[in-house]
Design a protein around this ligand. Structure first.
Ligand code: MF3
Ligand code: CO
Ligand code: CO
Length: 257
């Protein structure tokens, strides 16, 4: 399957799915406190998505994933599995990644939460990673290339002495969770696919404090960690390309755009 260009009607359905995913992140925020388990966070999100939003949590049973959200604390890069025995503690940073399906379309978004007071180096990683996403969003318009997006993220991360994870990337999204194109978070300006109006895709940079190298858990087959066990951060939005820029379909109230 090649890249799909969405009709205005399809974009409206994507907008609804994106808004719901963003609202789950807003809903869960007061629960992300010292002592809560990631299993509890999963149950709260699952019940909200099913009962309040009347939507579907896309991760559940996706390629065998066992839970409804991904929870990735500290040196977990992505795809962390919520667990009743994993409790958050003061000073942790954690990514919560929400994907919902509503009326057949996906909305995919994640953000970092600070658990109580967090060391300055951790807070800085979280902030720079968010800025990587925002700088990329800023240049999304027809004519921009995927290489331009990767490059702006890589330049900003590396100029702050961080590294960019290469094994996982953003993706086209719509009726299918992960569709073409792959949106790499590193690259060369003016290379790669040219962005067109009507494309919908995610940008979701994973930025490491240490080296870029990753390790996939042999135990659960999902959890991706940094090899050096230093911190990693990630932020994600789902975007729709317009005639002169993009709409951030998963924008939260606290965000401008
Ligand atoms: N939400 C993730 C992404 O941004 C994918 C999670 S797949 C899962 O693409 F199976 F781990 F849930
Ligand atoms: Co995604
Ligand atoms: Co996601």
């Amino acid at each position: 399957m090649a890249v799909t260009i969405k009709t205005p009607e399809e974009i409206e359905l994507m907008r609804t799915a994106g808004r719901l995913a963003a609202e789950v992140l807003e809903m869960i925020e007061p629960h992300v406190i010292p002592g809560v388990s990631t299993g509890e966070l999963d149950r709260i999100c699952h019940d909200y998505i099913i009962n309040v939003q009347q939507a579907i949590p896309a991760p559940l049973n996706y390629n065998g994933f066992p839970k409804s959200i991904c929870t990735s604390p500290n040196y977990v890069i992505c795809h962390g599995i919520p667990s009743d025995t994993q409790r958050l503690k003061q000073g942790d940073i954690i990514n919560i990644d929400i994907t919902v399906i509503k009326d057949g379309f996906h909305g995919d978004t994640s953000k970092m939460f600070l658990v109580g007071e967090v060391p300055p180096h951790a807070e800085k990683l979280v902030k720079i990673t968010q800025e990587c996403l925002y700088k990329a969003i800023d240049i999304v318009r027809p004519g921009t290339t995927l290489g331009d997006i990767g490059n702006i993220i890589q330049q900003y991360a590396e100029s702050n002495h961080y590294s960019v994870v290469r094994e996982y990337c953003g993706h086209g999204i719509g009726r299918i969770f992960h569709e073409e194109p792959q949106v790499l978070h590193y690259g060369t300006p003016k290379t790669g696919m040219v962005i067109e109006e009507g494309m919908t895709f995610t940008i979701e940079p994973m930025i490491n404090a240490g080296t870029r190298h990753t390790k996939l858990s042999r135990k659960d087959g999902w959890t991706v960690t940094t090899r050096d066990r230093r911190l990693s951060a990630q932020w994600e939005h789902t975007l729709a390309v317009t005639a002169d820029g993009c709409d951030v379909l998963t924008r939260r109230k606290e965000e401008q755009f």
